[in-house]
Design a protein around this ligand. Structure first.
Ligand SMILES: Nc1ncnc2c1ncn2[C@@H]1O[C@H](COP(=O)(O)OP(=O)(O)O)[C@@H](O)[C@H]1O
Ligand SMILES: [Mg+2]
Length: 260
């Protein structure tokens, strides 16, 4: 079943059309990789899903519920926050809070949202203990059990990105989105982050991964979308798109990659 349907999304900045009629769907438990040259609109697409940008046209459906339709959906701030929770975001630059430990980075949003619920007030300690326990579990899952009380500056880039992944998972999003999660990392730290994402795919986490790691996309994703100039040029099963692309533009893009 499709957990996400994106239909006819368009987005323009000034006179520049950055997304032109983008449609795709994603099944529960699948990983979708988005590949394409710099400037093709990949980040803008992820930002539209998360309402960091407002699409000019199109609709977004999550679990059968239309959460956005251009021109019709008017959202209050609290609705916006609620809808954003469908998507977890992991960015290229990790964006951790420097003043907080790894564990606090992972648990903060969850605690703040728990505090908004009246029932939390009565047994705050119990609720927070549970959130902390879950945070520690997620850090452990990321191979960071011994780094929970470290601050971001005490962690390597790869470790910081794994904290960011744990933080995104803490809110239990329906779909976890990555925007070039390893692009800011030294090559020797890329592997540890890709390994964590691979582990999430094996556990059938529903994911959208914008990446320049072609072999990773081929091996870990179920489907691949290739974008160029704000449109989806080709989409299909991961191995097929990488090893046997049908469109000339996909072939040209991939051959530039294999040349390094
Ligand atoms: N806020 C913005 N204002 C104006 N132009 C933007 C903005 N964000 C992105 N763009 C432009 O949109 C195009 C696509 O950008 P982006 O989505 O970041 O592509 P990608 O992630 O594939 O590199 C680029 O030409 C970029 O300059
Ligand atoms: Mg980008």
């Amino acid at each position: 079943m499709a957990i996400l349907e994106v239909n006819h999304i368009e987005k323009q900045f000034g006179h520049t059309k950055v997304l032109k009629d983008v449609s795709f769907s994603l099944d529960q438990g699948h990983a979708l990789a988005i590949i394409g040259s710099s400037g093709s609109g990949k980040t803008t697409l992820l930002r539209c899903l998360n309402f960091l940008e407002t699409p000019d046209k199109g609709e977004i459906i999550v679990k059968g519920e239309r959460i956005y339709k251009a021109g019709e959906t008017k959202m209050s701030d609290s609705e916006l926050l609620q809808k954003r929770l469908h998507f977890g975001m992991v960015f290229q630059a990790f964006h951790l809070f420097p003043q907080y430990t790894a564990l606090t980075n992972v648990t903060l949003a969850h605690k703040l949202s728990a505090l908004k619920k009246p029932e939390t007030k009565a047994n705050r300690k119990e609720v927070f203990d549970k959130i902390n326990a879950r945070g520690l579990e997620l850090l452990d899952q990321m191979g960071l059990a011994d780094r929970a009380y470290h601050y971001p500056h005490q962690l390597s880039g790869g470790q910081q990105q794994r904290v960011a992944i744990a933080r995104a998972l803490a809110l239990q999003p329906d779909i976890l989105c990555f925007d070039e999660p390893t692009s800011a990392l030294d090559p020797e730290l890329t592997g540890e982050v890709l390994k964590v994402i691979r582990g999430l795919a094996e556990k059938k986490t529903t994911m959208i991964i914008v990446t320049h790691e072609m072999a990773f996309a081929r091996d870990v994703a179920d489907e691949i979308v290739f974008m160029d100039g704000g449109i989806i040029v080709e989409q299909g099963p991961a191995r097929q798109v990488i090893e046997n692309p049908q469109q000339e533009r996909t072939k040209a893009f991939l051959s530039r990659y294999s040349e390094g």
